[in-house]
Design a binder for this molecule. Structure first.
Ligand code: OSB
Ligand code: MG
Length: 368
């Protein structure tokens, strides 16, 4: 039975290969928190808190997450008895929200348990795939020509689909340009909740481009508005920000607020809740796929593992490390070959963390 005796967090910043702009903000580097835990036998597990720095995607920020780990999550985990990582979430069940912080600490528990048991994380979760289909998510670019160059590059690398970020003023025109250049490419758009219902005419126009889905057109809480839009267009709506727990998923399913769920380990608060969302969505005939938060290699490896579950039938936002970072924090880095990322067969996350690099890069370290 693992008993975590040491918990460290490292605030690490890495420059992005290419600055990324969404409807809410633009980033040239990301700062995430890496979690390292150890039990009394010296077994180690790693997790990643992939919260954005600022509260524009969800209310959480990196600073909040550091505080949550120090004040609540590390004390709840330290010296607690647990048999299996699926039980760990119960230690902080009474803490409302803070899913990104919870997910990073829970992930470290899965990694530690799997490494001790010699089991790959994907297998521990019930994953059945040996490789997952990879897509890319492309940010808002300065010009349509810049966007087309990015599309060409990643389509040529073999990625299985491309997702375009949209925002008012950057929607029908870039989508039409990409669709005209590549009539057969599996394509979808993500608005990160930037539209209101009185702007719904845009989605009627986008409905004609054969998109696989329209992701999160309206604000997270606007489930009824999503249901009204879904009733009027053919393109399936996909929810991201709107679903942070199983009750919200239940409401979304009941209302018909979409037909597809983007499952993010971070947004759901961990691997066990992400798996539960997969089970619930698939049972309701929704399709699911694995989203991402520009994770470093630790969180990205966890995404690969969860995406190995059988219900993940649409390509993921899990691209190779080289799409994001010059040098990732894991060895080997995550690699996509011909649009597929292999599911590792080694224990735990299946990638070794470059601990010296992490310690060297960390701007803040907390230990307990
Ligand atoms: O909405 O899916 C999103 C990145 C940061 C915040 C939100 C989102 C994204 C992405 C990129 O779309 C996914 C990835 O490549 O990791
Ligand atoms: Mg999204």
């Amino acid at each position: 039975m693992p008993r975590v005796s040491k918990i460290e967090s490292f605030r690490v910043s890495l420059p992005l290969v290419r600055a990324f702009e969404t409807s809410s903000h633009r980033k040239a580097y990301l700062e995430h928190i890496l979690i390292r835990i150890e039990d009394g036998d010296g077994a180690v597990g790693w997790g990643e808190i992939a919260s954005p720095s600022d509260p524009y995607y969800s209310p959480e920020t990196v600073d909040d997450c550091l505080l949550m780990v120090e004040r609540y999550l590390a004390p709840a985990l330290a010296d607690a008895d647990w048999e299996h990582p699926a039980e760990v979430g119960a230690l902080w069940a009474r803490i409302r929200g803070h899913n990104f912080a919870k997910a990073g600490v829970e992930m470290a528990c899965w990694d530690l348990w799997c490494r001790s048991a010699g089991t790959p994380l994907a297998r521990a979760l019930g994953g059945t795939r040996t490789a997952i289909a990879a897509g890319v998510s492309l940010g808002i670019e300065p010009t349509v020509a810049d966007l087309l160059a990015q599309v060409d590059r990643y389509a040529a690398e073999g990625y299985r689909r491309i997702k375009l970020k949209i925002a008012p003023g950057w929607d029908v025109e870039p989508v039409r340009a990409v669709r005209t250049a590549r009539p057969e490419l599996p394509l979808h758009v993500d608005a990160n909740g930037a539209y209101t219902e009185d702007q719904s005419a845009v989605f009627a126009e986008l409905d004609d481009f054969g998109l696989t889905m329209i992701e999160q057109p309206y604000a997270p809480g606007a489930l009824a508005a999503h249901a009204r839009l879904q009733a009027r267009i053919v393109t399936p709506l996909c929810l991201d920000e709107s679903v942070e727990d199983l009750d919200q998923l239940d409401t979304a399913i009941t209302l018909g607020a979409g037909r597809i769920l983007n499952i993010k380990v971070s947004r759901m608060g961990g691997l066990a809740p992400a798996r539960a969302a997969h089970d619930r969505a698939v049972a309701a005939d929704w399709r699911v796929w694995c989203g991402g938060m520009h994770e470093f290699g630790v969180g990205r490896a966890a995404n690969v593992a969860i995406a190995a579950l059988p219900g993940f039938t649409l390509p993921s936002d899990v691209s190779g490390s080289d799409k994001y970072y010059e040098r990732d924090v894991v060895e080997p880095p995550i690699r996509a070959v011909d649009g597929l990322v292999p599911v590792p067969s080694g224990p735990g996350l299946g990638h070794e963390v470059d601990e010296d690099l992490v310690r060297g890069l960390a701007s803040a370290v907390m230990a307990r």
